[in-house]
Write a protein that binds this ligand. Structure first.
Ligand SMILES: [Zn+2]
Length: 157
């Protein structure tokens, strides 16, 4: 396994989300026989990470950099502020309540996919960062820290 801090090591996280989301989509399809639900599951688990784009632009502007470096900066302390605004257990809980209230049949698929994604991120952060708060994936926690990465992340070396 590559040492923490190397590019290939960091890319594994993205790869894992894709593998889990796609294979989870297949399982959902096998269980429900619904292609729509399978696609929803796969898309939700991968595209929640689109919020990294916001962080990137906030910190770096619209400067274009190679894709390799794009992923690179998220797992180092090169971002002064980490927002990841779609990553939050509170948001997940609110989504769950909304879906339960609206009784949206396909909603649980999105909820499940996002929950798995967040748990994977949580586990990743615990194993690869030291002094990382267990509360990191609560949006309110990050707000309380002013989204400043140095106040909640330190990379293990
Ligand atoms: Zn994520």
């Amino acid at each position: 396994m590559p040492a923490p801090g190397t590019i290939s090591y960091r890319k594994m996280k993205v790869k894992h989300h894709i593998i889990v989301s796609l294979s989870g989509g297949v399982i959902i399809w096998l269980i429900t026989q619904s292609f729509f639900k399978a696609i929803l599951f796969s898309f939700a688990g991968i595209f929640i990470d689109v919020d990294h784009l916001f962080d990137y632009v906030r910190n770096w502007g619209w400067k274009i950099m190679p894709l390799r470096n794009f992923f690179n900066i998220f797992y180092t302390l090169k971002l002064k502020k980490i927002y990841v605004l779609l990553h939050g257990y509170e948001l997940l809980a609110m989504l769950g309540l909304l879906l339960w209230y609206l009784k949206v049949d396909w909603g649980w698929v999105v909820f499940l996919s996002l929950a798995i994604h967040l748990l994977m991120d949580q586990i990743y952060c615990f194993t690869h960062f030291r002094r990382n708060s267990p509360w990191f994936y609560f949006l309110t926690y990050r707000i309380s820290k002013g989204f400043e990465s140095e106040r909640f992340l330190k990379i293990k070396f």
